[in-house]
Write a protein that binds this ligand. Structure first.
Ligand SMILES: NC(=O)C1=CN([C@@H]2O[C@H](COP(=O)(O)OP(=O)(O)OC[C@H]3O[C@@H](n4cnc5c(N)ncnc54)[C@H](OP(=O)(O)O)[C@@H]3O)[C@@H](O)[C@H]2O)C=CC1
Ligand SMILES: CC(=O)N[C@@H](CCC(=O)OP(=O)(O)O)C(=O)O
Length: 347
């Protein structure tokens, strides 16, 4: 089978680097373009020496010019760009016949007014929103397979939505009582200069941020509302923790009246029994970020607190893996009719 010519736009950032790590060795991919304004002209391995051994890393970064990207023959482009920037480049690449998998938030929301509310500026391409599919393969693999524009979910949302969707769909929990407490590694903030992200500011310290209305609430509530069939509004408490990568989320919600707590376990097991990347650890299981970093797995455990009537859901993933690059490659595999696990079978 001919390999699929693929571009990474914004390949010099952290999610770009993760995409390079996965796509440089993906058996069905030929990387034909990697963009960076700051690194244009340099071979990939000169910017990321970890890829020195990969022959494909001789490829030089190019400017993020849609004509230049299309001229490489790329059939698909992963966009690892800031919000706002991604939408314009997506439009230009779609017009040139490429499929687009966008890792930014630009196409995650169905409603441009909600985007404006949470992102503080008008949506840059509202006319494209209706053709985008929220790229959570465990929830909508069939739609992903048919789409030319994938909005890959945010890192925190993935860790919150996947444990909750089956329970909301089966009405096992009270949607009005959901609280999600998340801890993210510092790479979640991107590869940018910011005093609050310096080693000395983050190391050996944990802090909450973005309260009470972090922008990820918009996509989390959108997806939970769709699963529940009624409006869901949650409390989301993000924290920065001093590790390079990994997200741990603890979500609690009241068990719905008359429900057997064991139904929670049955629901999670049934929802993800055939899932290649969701590992349900069962009642009493404790997910740990060290078991999922550098992989596309999300581990989920659960417990029931009979004193408060609350279900406790625990999840761990890599913010750059299942929370970004790995999940985007999983969608790519669906779009091109490949094995879902192609290029993602590392532990
Ligand atoms: N970090 C994470 O854990 C996650 C991030 N995301 C999302 O993925 C996207 C990328 O994130 P991340 O990799 O962390 O970001 P980084 O800041 O690490 O990288 C951004 C990339 O975009 C390029 N870029 C920046 N501005 C422009 C511009 N105006 N035009 C063209 N290229 C530009 C940069 O290269 P250069 O400046 O050289 O052009 C760089 O390659 C973001 O939208 C982010 O929100 C999603 C899930 C998780
Ligand atoms: C630790 C940290 O700063 N994390 C980022 C989320 C990264 C992510 O998933 O973001 P996108 O929606 O931007 O794609 C934040 O809270 O803004």
């Amino acid at each position: 089978m001919e390999r699929i010519k693929t571009a990474i736009v914004g390949a010099s950032g952290y999610t770009g680097m993760e995409l390079l790590r996965l796509l440089l060795v993906h058996p069905q991919v030929e990387l034909v373009a990697a963009t960076s304004r700051q690194e244009a002209g340099k071979p990939i391995h000169a910017v990321f020496p970890r890829f020195r051994h990969a022959p494909a890393a001789e490829l030089a970064f190019i400017e993020p010019d849609p004509d230049a990207i299309a001229a490489t023959g790329a059939k698909v482009a992963f966009l690892a760009l800031p919000h706002g920037v991604a939408a314009e480049i997506a439009r230009a690449l779609l017009e040139r016949g490429l499929k687009v998998i966008d890792l930014s938030a630009d196409f995650r929301l169905r409603d441009a007014a909600v985007y404006a509310e949470f992102y503080g500026h008008e949506h840059p391409a509202p006319d494209l929103l209706s053709q985008a599919v929220y790229g959570l393969p465990e929830v909508r693999a069939e739609e992903i397979a048919k789409s030319d524009l994938i909005a890959s979910p945010g890192c925190y949302p993935t860790s919150i939505i996947l444990p909750l969707v089956p329970l909301l769909a089966e009405k096992l929990i009270d949607p009005a009582t959901i609280v999600a407490n998340s801890y993210s590694g510092v790479s979640g903030a991107g590869r940018k200069a910011d005093i609050s992200l310096l080693f000395v500011e983050c190391n050996e310290s944990v802090r909450a941020y973005g309260l009470p209305k972090h922008r990820h609430l918009s996509e989390i509530e959108q997806e939970l509302t769709l699963a529940a069939g009624e409006q869901v509004t949650i409390t989301f408490l993000p924290h920065l923790m001093p590790v390079t990568a990994g997200i741990h989320t603890t979500t609690t919600a009241k068990l719905a009246p008359g429900i057997d707590p064991e139904a929670v376990g049955r629901s999670l097991e049934a929802a993800y029994a055939r899932s290649a990347f969701v590992r349900v650890l069962g009642r009493g299981g404790y997910p740990d970020t060290k078991n999922v970093t550098r992989t596309n797995f999300i581990d989920i455990g659960w417990q029931y607190d009979a004193r408060t009537g609350r279900v406790i859901l625990l999840s761990a993933e890599d913010n750059l893996g299942k929370g970004a690059g790995g999940q985007a490659v999983q969608s790519f595999n669906h779009m091109f009719g490949l094995e879902e696990t192609a290029g993602l079978q590392n532990f």
